[in-house]
Write a protein that binds this ligand. Structure first.
Ligand code: NAD
Length: 347
């Protein structure tokens, strides 16, 4: 048995990564440390929970521990005693809009929480740690592409907290010799994404006949990666034999309006009837453009899911799993935040 700690595994990307590890590596025993904030949803891994529930405790390969990555004693308790081979750190506050309202929570979880996870990895001599960063750390890239050597230039509270965390991971590698990989990906999309983010919000609002709030001109460009491609990349990185490395993961460039137009077409709806322009985020980044030739060259990763096929497939997942998103969108927490988000009330 090999032990793997994943943080934030009840969220969107962490849950896809855990399912991939669970399915592909029968020798792995996965511990998922997730606080279950508003964004965490145990339903995302219900299939694993059900498969595990019928097994004797000694046979179980997946455990969710509800707890905070900032709780250093808890993280220590999880890592001590058993020999963990890998830590993959997803847990974060992840929504840019919310970071403008509440910078403090982002510093606590994304910076202090990352420090706790890295320190525990160092103390317990974990042979490999993967830190999930983001392409937002590069800031606005009006033209050209960001390679892994590009300077970090974050311009919103979320990106600033992630850039700080990214630097901490680098510092743990250089000062303490912690074996660590940093992953900077473009925007992910796919099943189980919390419906405040552009793609699931647009799909579910189109399905229910609602409007879609567009920030500013809607022409901001993002690099869109399907979560399956992302999980495969992190799997390759987690098994890469090196002491330290940074990898970008890039997707296909589309503006927000182009994404919504494709979705409206999928549902046979008129986009113009569904969008409402609201104020832009303060200091909004116009374009992100991570360049991923390094992971292609070093690890042989290639994007397999194209938007043309994977965006309609994603829309179909939300169509087939209406109960999943309806229950999330019915929560007071979602309703209260959406009220602010749809009016572009930033502070
Ligand atoms: N979503 C994207 O497009 C994207 C792109 C690049 C990088 N990232 C990064 O990938 C990671 C995962 O993003 P996501 O979209 O899946 O996020 P998400 O918001 O869907 O999930 C975050 C998870 O972390 C958990 N969590 C939050 N605070 C915690 C704490 N203090 N202790 C323990 N658990 C806590 C939540 O309960 C939730 O399950 C984040 O680090 C994010 O910065 C996201």
């Amino acid at each position: 048995m090999k032990y793997v700690l994943v943080t934030g595994g009840c969220g969107f990307m962490g849950s896809h990564f855990i399912r991939r590890l669970y399915t592909r590596y029968p020798e792995y025993r996965i511990v998922n440390l997730d606080l279950l904030t508003y964004a965490g949803n145990p339903e995302n891994l219900k299939d694993l929970e059900q498969a595990e529930a019928v097994k004797a405790p000694a046979e179980r390969r997946y455990d969710h521990i509800q707890g905070d990555i900032c709780d250093s004693q808890l993280v220590d308790r999880i890592l001590e005693g058993k020999s963990f081979d890998l830590v993959v750190h997803f847990a974060a506050e992840s929504h840019v809009d919310r970071s403008i309202f509440n910078f403090r929570d982002f510093i606590r979880t994304n910076v202090e929480g990352t420090r706790v996870v890295l320190e525990a990895a160092r103390t317990h001599k974990i042979p490999r740690t993967v830190h999930i960063s983001t392409d937002e750390v590069y800031g606005n890239v009006p033209e050209g592409m960001s390679t892994e050597e590009a300077p970090l230039n974050p311009s919103n509270p979320y990106a600033a907290s992630k850039a700080a965390a990214d630097m901490l991971a680098r510092t743990y590698a250089s000062v303490y010799g912690l074996p660590v990989f940093i992953v900077r990906s473009g925007n992910n999309y796919g099943p189980n994404q919390y419906p405040e983010k552009l793609i699931p919000l647009s799909i579910t609002n189109l399905m229910s006949g609602g409007t879609i709030p567009i920030h500013g001109s809607g022409t901001h460009v993002r690099s869109w990666v399907h979560v399956d491609d992302f999980a495969r990349a992190v799997d390759l990185i987690a098994h890469h034999d090196a002491q330290f490395d940074i990898f970008n993961i890039s997707g296909e460039h589309r503006s927000n309006l182009e994404i919504i137009e494709s979705l409206a077409t999928h549902f046979g709806k008129d986009m113009a009837a569904h969008i409402v322009t609201v104020g832009d985020r303060p200091a909004a980044d116009f374009r992100y453009a991570p360049e991923s030739s390094k992971i292609e060259r070093v690890l042989g990763w290639k994007r397999e899911r194209a938007l043309e096929e994977a965006l309609p497939a994603t829309a179909q997942w939300y169509t087939d799993n209406r109960a999943w998103w309806e229950s999330v969108k019915a929560r007071k927490e979602f309703v209260d935040h959406y009220e602010k988000q749809s009016k572009a009330q930033w502070y």
